[in-house]
Design a protein around this ligand. Sequence first.
Ligand SMILES: CC(C)(COP(=O)(O)OP(=O)(O)OC[C@H]1O[C@@H](n2cnc3c(N)ncnc32)[C@H](O)[C@@H]1OP(=O)(O)O)[C@@H](O)C(=O)NCCC(=O)NCCSC(=O)CC(=O)O
Length: 467
Amino acid sequence: MEFLATLTTLLLLFSLYLILKYYYLKLYTNCYLIDYVCFKPASDRRITTQTSGQIIERNKTLGLSEYKFLLKVIVNSGIGEDTYGPRNIIEGREDSPTFDDAMLEMDEFLNVSIGDLFAKTKISPRDVDVLVVNISMFSPAPSLASRILKRYKMREDCKIYNLSGMGCSASLVSVDLVRNIFKSGKKTLAVVVTSESITPNWYSGNDKSMMLGNCLFRSGGCVMLLTNKPAMRSRAKMSLKCLVRTHIGANDDAHNCAMQKEDDVGRVGFHLSKGLPKAAVRAFAENLKHLAPKILPYRELALYMYRTVKQLVIKPKLESNSAMARINFKSGVDHFCLHTGGSAVIDAVGRALGLSKYDVEPARMTLHRWGNTSASSLWYVLGYMEAKRRLRKGDRVLMISFGAGFKCNSCMWEVNRDLKDGDVWEDCIKNYPPQTLVNPFLEKYGWVNEDTEETFNREERMESLRR
Ligand SMILES: CC(C)(COP(=O)(O)OP(=O)(O)OC[C@H]1O[C@@H](n2cnc3c(N)ncnc32)[C@H](O)[C@@H]1OP(=O)(O)O)[C@@H](O)C(=O)NCCC(=O)NCCSC(=O)CC(=O)O
């Protein structure tokens, strides 16, 4: 009898321990975004139509066909006159970047933005427990994460991670890593640093799929402060609700569609295939299979199932009419924060989700103002929404990113209070959306379309680029 009583007590105590542990872990597995700072490079790093013309003029391997391609792509890219590039390109040394050039581009971002984040949040670098850095195409040793730890004199027991080669969707990979660290249940403060290195990755050949990256990618970056500490929830801008990562790289076409490689004559560059937007939609569809049940209300899921069954069973002939079975994502999402991969990528995702002009405006305007800043692009899009006072308490923000691999990573945030921070958009937000997104390239270099191989005179035409 006594033995039974002892056993029962032990079992009760053990159950109590498990329940308390469950609630403790649940309490600390939340992921809060305290704040973030996007990087605005100095104005002498601006890439204007004039600068682009001069860069094109310097590449002697280009002929009329490449000029026609560049004109079309630049005009239709949706990129404006105020994006930024690294100094070696501005100074005309894109063909011969030094290690110091690459480091300088990183340092200009790291020294300004991380310092600004600490100042803005009033957090000391010594309070940081975890530092995650994702910069895909520049991976020096010691790592950039070590460089940051040294620069800001962070604690000896700060855990640092340096992710490279993860492409444009890497900032959500970093957030996922932090979220998993939070699950250990220890009170943690984490800094995520996301950017891309343009300096050593300029392509100076004439393979069009490799020239495309030169037209799209621009300098940028973002630094975020995340925590699982319940006491800091009231300070946080947003809470992470879910995060889904999808990698369809087992498929050859998907794996090869965004890839660093050599062209036919051995010049290294980043190859973006014409099939990339298709791979993005495929990866996105896979991602949605897991994301949709997590973010949509039961009513919308039931409606979707009803429509699908109706489509397949009752009216099988309408199988191709996918619109019938379309999910209304707006029933579970208030704001769509899309990676600014390029106009075709934004168009493809916007169509797949049935989004309006208003919904895709933040991504389009970010592409116009900052270009494709790779992994950090999502955070400029979020900044646009905030600067436009779109983000209200309780709103749900869906971030969708794509990157080499090929990956689609997405996550849902809930806004904790009305947000109104201007950040890097402060001085220009009133100009957005602009009256027209047409850039001056066509007006200045429209002659390219009139030239034929017979009438084309390189020297004469180059003279006009120099002016
Ligand atoms: C480049 C564009 C802005 C061009 O817009 P347009 O409206 O002019 O579209 P278009 O399709 O008619 O293309 C114009 C001309 O460019 C050619 N063209 C288009 N894409 C090409 C490519 N990848 N390689 C070679 N040529 C290409 C077309 O055949 C056409 O040529 P012709 O006139 O001879 O028929 C758009 O297509 C676009 O946004 N594409 C997606 C860009 C992309 O891949 N972004 C992802 C970056 S990677 C990323 O963000 C993630 C990561 O790296 O991790």
